[in-house]
Write a protein that binds this ligand. Structure first.
Ligand code: GLU
Length: 486
């Protein structure tokens, strides 16, 4: 085969927010295009206009951009083979369907839904493989005229010849489909609208797609697509190369769904996963960079990505691993970037309104939490204590600071902290250590736990002494005093 300039497409039908499986496909398509110096095409398959809405399309565009998967051709970018929304290409599909009818590769089928169902029922009863039985394959002109006179609206069906379709899948090797199990299929509905199989194949040819990397769920549609290529006059050597990516499973080994894992990328974004972490993790779902590595940057992914390294067995989604990778990526951020990522979370949670003063305090506080979080969404709860106007200890923690032992700790802390002339985390730490741990003989967890609740209101907070330094002396003293009154 002549080497072709790689053109690979991501072609979702957004009937909701893009999910983990879609994005894993998009990522592999993108990485393959970048690795080979080819073209990454983004095409919207919206022939099912009832389910694919403008809102979902806009969200899909936004998600891909957020993830950094820039496309070279597609919506908002254009390209020589556009438009890239199938709903704007309907004439192209009907012209081809007409050509297939003229060539006798396709035919009008007048069977009604009820008739088809009744015959399917009979097939089931007779234990015959279900599917269209070819009833309208060879209708005479008179027959066709009679059906039309009855007011029946025909669909256009592709004629599947006897035999089989065999192709080499880059991941699965040679795959064969016996046409006994690939009955004549519908290309165009009765209302004239095209079906997926027609539109996808026509577009792949018209857009000169060389590689189709997509989910394994579409493997069984491949012989139908190949049939359309053939009817379009494409030679075998010009067919796109197929590579069907393994399924993504949940921990329970069932296909990943809402039930056994979060599927929508919008959810991960809301929780505070970084795009680079999502891409890094999804890259490992079915592909490996080798050498047991788990951390890959986008740049490394484009350098290392080859289809040979994609496994054929299903990949298992592991939230813990994704969180660990996200934590790594957060720790790798420089302070300015970490600040930029954090501010929207703090604003959305109404912890800050965004004044210069607040931002300066956030910036001072971020280094002390950078090691401790796995998601940006944890930041508001961690830093809230620095910004709240009406501070109060969390109701569930009140009991832990109002007992006699805690009171003793807090009283002693106050005595030590009031005269402290220098307010730094190390001066605070040494004052509290010498009084509470050495003198009183308390365990650090017990002693500092009470102080932590008193000044931050909760048992979960950044490192205590750094938090106290940031909060400032007067606020700390005030909070400890009020805790004593609980
Ligand atoms: N539009 C199809 C879907 O979202 C995918 C088309 C393809 O990749 O061939 O399931």
């Amino acid at each position: 085969m002549v080497e072709r300039q790689v053109r690979v497409r991501f072609a979702p039908s957004p009937t909701g927010d893009l999910h983990v499986g879609n994005i894993r496909t998009a990522l592999f398509d993108w990485a393959y295009a970048r690795h080979t110096g080819g073209t990454f095409i983004f095409r919207i398959e919206d022939t099912d206009t009832t389910r694919v809405t403008d809102e979902y399309i806009a969200a899909a565009i936004d998600t891909l951009r957020w993830l950094g998967l820039q496309w070279d051709e597609g919506p908002e970018v254009g390209g020589a083979y556009g438009p890239y929304r199938q709903s704007q290409r309907l004439n192209i599909y009907s012209d081809w369907a007409q050509k297939f009818l003229d060539q006798k590769d396709a035919y009008y089928c007048f069977c009604t839904a009820e008739e088809l169902e009744a015959r399917r029922e009979a097939q089931r009863a007779a234990n015959v493989a279900p599917g269209y039985d070819g009833q309208c394959r060879n209708l005479s002109e008179d027959h066709i005229a009679a059906f039309r006179a009855e007011g029946r609206k025909p669909v256009i069906r592709m004629r599947m010849p006897d035999g089989q379709t065999t192709f080499v899948d880059q991941i699965r090797g040679e795959v064969s489909f016996d046409h006994k199990f690939v009955p004549d299929f519908v290309l165009v509905r009765g209302d004239g609208s095209p079906l997926y199989t027609l539109a996808v194949a026509v577009d792949d040819v018209m857009m000169k797609v060389t590689h189709v990397l997509r989910g394994e769920d579409l493997l069984s549609s491949t012989p139908r697509q190949i049939r359309v290529y053939q009817a379009m006059g494409l030679k075998d050597e010009d067919f796109p190369t197929f590579a069907h990516l393994p399924f993504v499973m949940g921990q329970d080994n069932a296909k990943l769904s809402k039930r056994n894992g979060e599927v929508s990328i919008a959810w991960y974004r809301e929780m505070g996963f970084l795009p680079e972490a999502i891409c890094n993790y999804l890259a490992l779902l079915g592909w490996s960079p080798g050498e047991d590595r788990e951390n890959v940057t986008m740049k490394e992914l484009t350098e290392l990505f080859t289809v040979e390294r994609v496994h054929s067995s299903p990949a298992k989604f592991d939230m813990k691993k994704l969180e660990a990778i996200n934590g790594d990526k957060i720790r790798a951020l420089n302070l300015e970037d970490f600040l930029t990522w954090s501010l929207p979370f703090l604003k959305n949670a109404k912890v800050i309104s965004g004044s210069e003063e607040e931002i300066a305090l956030v910036k001072a506080a971020l280094p002390i939490i950078q090691e401790r979080i796995t998601k940006l969404g944890e930041i508001p709860a961690m830093l809230k204590f620095l910004f709240v106007k009406d501070f109060a200890v969390d109701p569930e923690s009140v009991a832990k600071v109002s007992d006699v032992a805690s009171k003793a700790v807090l009283t002693r802390s106050l005595e030590e902290l009031i005269p402290l002339s220098e307010w730094t985390h190390s001066s605070i730490e040494s004052a509290l250590r010498s009084s509470l741990i050495e003198e009183m003989g308390l365990k650090p967890r017990v002693a500092f736990g009470s102080v932590r609740i008193a000044v931050t209101g909760s048992t979960i907070s950044p490192p205590l002494f750094e938090s106290m330094e940031l909060l400032g002396k007067s606020a700390c003293l005030e909070r400890i005093s009020s805790a004593l009154a609980l």
